[in-house]
Design a protein around this ligand. Sequence first.
Ligand code: ASP
Ligand code: MG
Length: 419
Amino acid sequence: MIKVFKFGGFAVSDAKSVKNLANIIASHANDQILIIVSAMGKTTDALENLCKAFVEGEDDAHEILNNIKQFHENIMLDLFENKNNPVFYEIANTFVEIEWMLEDEPHPDYDFNYDQIVSIGEFLSSRIVAAYLNQNKIDTNWLDARDFIHTDNSYREGIIDMDKTRSSMPKLLNLLKKQVLVTQGFIGGTSENFTTTLGREGSDYSAAIFASCLQAESLTVWKDVSGIMNADPRLFPDAQKYDELPYSEALEMAYYGATIIHPKTIKPLQNANVPLYVKPFLEPNEKGTIIHSMAILNTDIAAKIVKNNQILLSMSTKDFSFIDEQILIYLLQCVSQSNIKINMMQRSAMSLSVCFNQDDVKFNKLLNTLKDKFNCKYNQELSLLTVRHFKKENLNAICSGKTIIMEQFSRNIAQIILK
Ligand code: ASP
Ligand code: MG
């Protein structure tokens, strides 16, 4: 049976976790395994800084790159007894490619540079993982995800060409019969052979695409938590784990900002009816949470999701016009063109209020577009609390000590903006 395993950055953050990964794979000797890895630890953040330094011509680019190199080298020195293992050359070559890139002028499109540089994190981690499995007698083949995940050229948010992606799968099915396969999450390739990325934390999505196109028996996402919880245990000490969730509930939770799983992950799995296991990588025999179509949702457990760093912007007409449907469309277009995703909104006679994640570049773009025709007032550093399956009597306790800026209730969902 084909199983797709995804290991996120935390599950490959050091030598110890790579060894743990190998133990998990070794215990699945009878399955056909495709492994999708993220970049190691916080490498993607570091590569984002590298890209920014490169494009903006700051002189710390080489220092940032050296730190990334050192981090990977230390992990490899711990993992590989034989210092002539070809992985040392492969990794060195990957870094040489970036160094060449840094010698050149940046491409005028920031997002293009971003994808060519930031994608390196997954190439490094997948090379190291594949080599370590081979060293440990697990016959493993490294694959370039760009040969399988085909996207358009929307850099940083590659849109997957499902037909083309699907048609590349038979090759993978054959390879899976022979060896364990390791490839990169988060990246795809364009028809001109450039690299795209699928959005931050996109490895879950990659894994879901592979699992659905291969009609895998299951996808397992190995995480540093025991499964999917109804709340962040750091904020809510009484948080509980779900044993199972229907696809729809997992999708809703991810949509409202639960960081357990990338929001795009559920659709391909639901469409192909592939169950998703979320399991703790340090306790692989624990049950974790299973997301599947037959799951029964326990609505006695309220899901509490907190999104920090929110802006609440209210846009009002200068001339006392109503926010009618035409103006509404215009305002939403402005928001969308600034690449802002709305987390909550409310309309009154003369104003539309929208709440979204703080991002200065996008926000300033929006303010500039609006300033001639609308009065814009905003509050920053807010939190958006979403409670699914809420009980009114419990909300006071959750909000205590905070000021409520705006709230909205439907039968099942409470959304409250807090300061
Ligand atoms: N490495 C990428 C990130 O950190 C993708 C992922 O981890 O899913 O965003
Ligand atoms: Mg990650």
